[in-house]
Ligand binder design. Structure first.
Ligand SMILES: Cc1cc2nc3c(=O)[nH]c(=O)nc-3n(C[C@H](O)[C@H](O)[C@H](O)COP(=O)(O)OP(=O)(O)OC[C@H]3O[C@@H](n4cnc5c(N)ncnc54)[C@H](O)[C@@H]3O)c2cc1C
Length: 340
């Protein structure tokens, strides 16, 4: 097996979290990973660092400290204003090789997934992708990553004996962000950005940001499966009345009935709403991992044997095209009564 560029004997006892900024703040998954990293560091007396790359990002340092990091490694440079894989890999690699942290945690977002793969190859270390949980074994000081395989039929616990950093990506919503302490302070260390212009082969022509909705933290999630026959307008009406958002299983996404950002499940978003209403969904494992953290699950399915009913607190057997309009009507009447 190829040795990594540094091993367990050279590591510094610290956890690094790769931070991303979006819509004027740290992303939800960045905060979730800081919370997880903080718990582990407190247990072992380790340092928790954030790695932040971009331009004009100094204001986000306070947010990182408030959520729990001790040190922010900051690369602030106009050439990092937009994510380009060559520049980000080079700068992150240089910073990691300077400190040699034991662990690097990253969100399983499109850019971070891209970066994680490149970094793992360059550092010659392993990458546990899409972990569903992780902890650090205090005896061995190894990161143990829980990863599901074979369509969810197998749960594997993976650890690295010698390769460093121990890298893992985790999808948004898997962990819960912790308490915020606005009085917490930390140290900012500026990273020197050395970029050879020859390696910067990506040219940003246009930046287009699609409709963005953070489904990880909505209070009510109305999800539709193949059984709704693409009628997401009906589900959107119900979601609006309940102050929620709509999501979907993979088939309606693949068929183009709804945007991919709204796919729930193993290869989509993991949510923890107060209420998840599942309409015309069979209850495949790949979908269920996306809603199993909901406080209450309501399922509507015409098949009384549907697997989704095993996960539901309220089971409605019937045609979704009759039940959802009836719910909409009842909620509309109730709202009119309340509003007078
Ligand atoms: C590696 C991998 C990753 C995957 N990742 C995901 C993922 O992230 N998210 C995801 O969702 N899937 C994912 N899938 C696909 C997943 O395995 C299932 O195929 C998918 O979730 C099924 O979607 P569904 O329940 O909408 O469709 P179906 O399984 O076809 O179920 C449709 C349901 O609708 C009911 N129904 C039909 N008509 C009506 C009606 N009129 N009223 C009420 N009920 C009705 C039926 O009884 C049935 O139970 C993944 C698969 C693989 C292999």
């Amino acid at each position: 097996m190829v040795a990594s560029l540094y091993g367990a004997a050279q590591e510094s006892k610290s956890i690094w979290v790769y931070l991303e900024v979006d819509r004027g703040g740290l992303t939800g998954v960045s905060k979730e990973l800081i919370t997880k990293g903080r718990q582990i560091c407190d247990q072992l007396g380790w340092q928790l660092s954030g790695l932040l790359l971009g331009h004009h990002l100094q204001p986000f340092a306070a947010e990182g400290f408030a959520h729990g990091i001790d040190t922010l490694w900051l690369a602030d440079d106009p050439r990092l204003e937009n994510f380009t894989i060559e520049a980000y890999t080079t700068v992150a690699y240089d910073a990691l090789m300077e400190v040699k942290p034991s662990v690097l945690l990253m969100g399983a977002t499109p850019n971070s997934r891209d970066l994680a793969g490149r970094l793992a190859v360059r550092l010659r270390t392993g990458l546990n992708a899409d972990c569903t949980d992780l902890y650090l074994d205090p005896e061995t000081e190894r990161l143990v990553c829980e990863v599901s395989g074979f369509g969810g039929g197998v749960l594997a616990f993976i650890e690295m004996a010698e390769h460093r950093p121990q890298m893992a990506t985790v999808r948004p919503g898997v962990f819960t962000p912790g308490e915020v302490d606005r009085d917490r302070v930390g140290v900012i260390i500026e990273i020197e950005v050395n970029l050879d212009p020859e390696i910067l082969t990506t040219n940003l022509v246009e930046r287009s940001v699609g409709e963005q909705v953070d489904l990880t933290s909505v209070p009510v999630l109305v999800t539709g499966g193949r059984g709704v026959d693409g009628d997401f307008k009906m589900l959107a009406q119900l979601a609006e009345l309940l102050g929620g958002e709509i999501g979907a299983t993979r088939p309606p996404v693949d068929e183009g009935h709804i945007e991919r950002e709204r796919q729930i499940g193993q290869t989509g978003v993991v949510c923890s709403p107060k209420v998840a209403i599942c309409c015309g969904i069979s209850g495949a494992f790949h979908f269920v991992v996306g809603i199993e953290k909901a406080d209450v699950v309501v399922a509507i399915n015409s098949d009384p044997e549907a697997l989704i009913f095993d996960y539901a607190d309220y089971c409605i057997v019937g045609d979704v095209h009759q039940i959802v309009p009836a719910l909409i009507e009842a909620l509309t009447v109730e709202r009119e009564v309340i509003l007078g």
